[in-house]
Design a protein around this ligand. Structure first.
Ligand code: AMP
Length: 587
């Protein structure tokens, strides 16, 4: 019979788990211990690229496959640790030949192709700061991020350059070099860009890694808030300690694992766990260049003998939709651990894992700012389906409440909803929102980092996600800021006001829905709706643009003039409107 807990027995696990109940007492864990294991001594240089790749590049370890790239069609391409070291050295030398050095920003904008992975690791070794952009973004989000991040080098493909960047290039003064992966048919790269293949061929594969310090910036990840421009969360080389520790504790990585993280490297999960954590552990990662397809994914689990799989709730729900018969056509006995992140994982999905996949799904929680997994369901621990799990060793998670006098108080009472906060400063905690000091400072209260998520902790110490304390939207696991969408809609000549919400959706979590009011002289008809949807898609990219647009005569605003997205959402869902005392009369 189904209980509300999935019981685990260590004896029944196929490998000895990295973390057992006794280890959670915390005494055995220290960041200094992790540093020792990675061979970094306090005060000496440390570079994520070197730790992830070069550390494994010699001797037998060098022959191990670091990445197996599965192209959309055709044979897989394996890249060993030794080859990855040489290729990333070439890229670092190519950057150096262009005069690009320490601290300068190198952006990558491409699908899951080998060149992207090489560029990320080479740029890190060169001491440059890497910023990945989601390749499904349209020109507007790309340009905004290039400007905020003062991108000096962009690595992309000829097709993406032509569709999204060529027309903007002149308006982006910081962007000095665009390195383009050439088309396989030999077409020359577009004017004004450099051929990445030629640069790589001309570069040496010997490189002395730039001796960055633990606090030197390494990664810049863009994330969205409720208002204003996107925020560039800056992470430092020391973050590698968190990537390594959490790969061990939360993902239970062992040396001979075949690991598949399905997240796109345009987002933080695809960077921290699609690239860095598995390399730090010297394991083999599968990278699939194709988009989601249920049958293809089961085939990959089977054919690639994946042992640890890190995926996301939307993908799991799509596999659930594809039905159990499809799953039964495949056999993947090597798979021993499945984890998920990015959005709430409903208990049904955890149970579907247990019953249909043959393994429960281990939900875990973190966010761009934390740089790595903070709270997780673990291999050797019972699962309460619907819970995000327990704080990892080295993580001090608590629930806080904001008192009327502005003070932040720690809530001791179990099962009380409040804001999730994390105490202290761990290696992968973001060190800045680029150029937005005030916004950064507001995330902290004393030694507490305030996450912006609402949660509760039960009497056993398990954390349960309740919701966001702001209006950002999570669609297919991607964080979307309503303000960026509203701004693009407002640029259309017909639009007077725009308010954007996340509308709950059983598969992708939330879909983006926009409400607009029109300027005089425009008719709220289907033709205009299609025009607005097309305008938004062209400018923002299909992954971000609204899926639905509704016309309203006027949008509800507070007396201070802010659009009340919460009220739009409550009305959309037929929920109580809550406190409307600040609502402007007549709205
Ligand atoms: P991002 O910074 O894009 O990684 O998004 C982080 C946000 O995603 C968090 O602040 C949460 O709102 C949400 N999130 C991440 N993991 C989970 C989870 N396991 N359950 C519920 N929400 C999650």
């Amino acid at each position: 019979m189904r209980t509300d807990v999935i019981r685990k027995s260590v004896a029944a696990l196929r490998v000895e788990p990295n973390l057992k109940a006794g280890d959670m007492a915390g005494a055995s864990f220290s960041w200094a211990g992790i540093r020792d294991e990675l061979g970094v001594s306090p005060g000496s240089p440390m570079n994520i690229g070197q730790l992830a790749v070069d550390r494994h590049a010699h001797g037998d370890a060098g022959t191990r496959t670091a990445f197996r790239f599965l192209p959309v069609e055709g044979a897989p391409r394996d890249v060993s640790y030794a080859e990855l070291a040489r290729l990333s050295n070439r890229f670092a030398n190519a950057l150096r030949s262009l005069g690009v050095g320490r601290g300068e920003r190198v952006f990558v904008l491409a699908g899951r192709i080998p060149e992207l992975y090489v560029a990320v690791l080479g740029a890190l070794k060169n001491g440059s700061v890497v910023s990945p952009l989601f390749s499904a973004f349209g020109p507007d989000p790309i340009a905004t991020r290039i400007r905020i991040g003062e991108c000096r080098v962009m690595v992309t493909t000829a097709g993406i350059f032509a569709r999204k960047l060529a027309a903007l290039r002149e308006s982006l003064p910081s962007l000095q070099h665009v390195l383009v992966v050439p088309e396989p048919d030999g077409t020359p790269v577009p004017a004004g860009t450099l051929d990445l293949a030629e640069l790589m061929a001309a570069a040496s594969d010997e490189f002395t890694v730039v001796p960055t310090g633990p606090e030197d910036p390494a990664l810049l990840h863009f994330t969205s808030g409720t208002t204003g421009t996107p925020k560039g969360a800056l992470h430092v080389h020391e973050a590698a300690l968190t990537h390594f520790a959490t790969g061990r504790h939360a993902l239970d990585l062992h040396a001979d694992d075949i690991f598949w993280c399905t997240a796109d490297p345009g987002w933080v999960t695809g960077m921290s766990y699609g690239i860095l954590a598995p390399l730090l552990h010297g394991v083999t990662s599968i990278v699939d260049e194709a988009d989601f397809d249920a049958e293809r994914w089961y085939r990959i689990l089977e054919a690639q003998r994946v042992s640890v799989w890190y995926t996301a709730p939307t993908a799991i729900r799509m596999l659930m939709k594809a039905g159990p018969e499809l799953r039964r056509r495949f056999d993947f006995p090597q798979l021993r651990f499945v984890a998920s992140v990015g959005e709430p994982l409903n208990p049904e999905a955890v149970w579907w894992g247990e019953e249909v996949l043959g393994l429960p799904i281990h939900d875990n929680w973190w966010q761009t700012e934390t740089g790595g997994i903070m709270i997780a369901n673990l291999a050797a621990f019972d699962i309460k389906p619907g819970s995000m799990g327990l704080p990892l060793p080295g993580v001090d998670a608590l629930i806080v409440r904001h008192a009327d006098d502005g003070q932040v108080e720690i809530v001791q009472q179990p099962d009380t909803v409040g804001e999730l906060a994390l105490r202290g400063r761990w290696p992968s905690l973001f060190r800045a929102y680029l150029g937005q000091d005030e916004r950064y400072r507001k995330c902290f209260a004393g030694d507490l980092y305030l996450t912006g998520d609402l949660a509760r902790r039960d009497a056993d110490g398990h954390f349960w996600f309740v919701g966001r304390s702001d209006d950002v939207i999570k669609s297919s696991g991607h964080l979307i800021g309503p303000f960026e969408i509203e701004s693009v809609l407002l640029e259309h000549p017909a639009v007077a006001e725009a308010g954007v919400i996340g509308k709950p959706d059983p598969t992708v979590g939330e879909v983006v829905k926009a409400f607009v009011s029109l300027k005089p002289g425009f008719e709220p008809d289907d033709a205009l709706r299609r025009q607005l949807l097309g305008h938004a898609r062209k400018r923002l990219g299909a992954a971000v643009a609204p899926k639905e647009i509704a016309f309203l005569p006027t949008l509800p605003r507070t007396r201070s003039g802010k659009i009340m997205r919460r009220l739009l959402k409550a009305r959309e869902l037929g929920l109580p409107e809550g406190d409307t005392s600040t609502l402007e009369a007549g709205a």
